[in-house]
Design a protein around this ligand. Sequence first.
Ligand SMILES: C[S@@+](CC[C@H](N)C(=O)[O-])C[C@H]1O[C@@H](n2cnc3c(N)ncnc32)[C@H](O)[C@@H]1O
Length: 203
Amino acid sequence: MIEVIQRACKTCKWRRRRRCAYKYRRRDSALRKCINAARNENLKHLEGLVGEVGAGKNSLVRSFRNEQFKYVEIRGKVSNILLEDNTMDVIVAGQCMEHWYQRGDTLEQGLTQIHRVLKPGGLLYIDVPIHSHGLKLFKDGDIDEIMKIFPEDSWEILKVEKRRIPCAPLAEVPKQVGDINPYPLVIVTRSKNEVRRDFEASE
Ligand SMILES: C[S@@+](CC[C@H](N)C(=O)[O-])C[C@H]1O[C@@H](n2cnc3c(N)ncnc32)[C@H](O)[C@@H]1O
């Protein structure tokens, strides 16, 4: 059984956007504020070579660069990452996995490539929207089912975190369905030693 932490920022006053302690743009939704807060807490003090898949135009992760933290934007499809094996210390894929299928990539294809380019022991940081949009797996939001995409022989699960306690309605999120409210799920995993080549072998 995977332990799922439920948490919000100590200072979270999400109903009043001006009180949010974290960086956000005026037009950002309340959901986006929670995403940014989670990234600030988890990613700001990373070290090494940090790659981002599906960075988009305004990557918050890119802005965390410092002397210890070198940023690499990973462009193109996640199923075809143009990096050498075992080169990256960290890979970030934020609000991205739920869209991979729209460009013809399966979750397994993407995760196999990410595993290949991570150094042994390298970290993968993922955040996905739950009960919101994209792949049905994430819209359904069954966390035990979601965690099955990280095979035990390749990934050590370090953290699974539901942001906000409780997952109360977010008035600013327009796509709310009935009583189900979207929230960001954060997953941090560590790559286990061997590079998985089973996907490439089956090509
Ligand atoms: C909703 S945007 C998220 C952007 C940014 N990470 C953020 O949090 O704002 C989804 C991103 O996933 C990327 N994406 C979608 N499918 C992809 C795939 N199969 N391979 C790589 N990137 C993909 C898109 O190009 C886009 O940049």
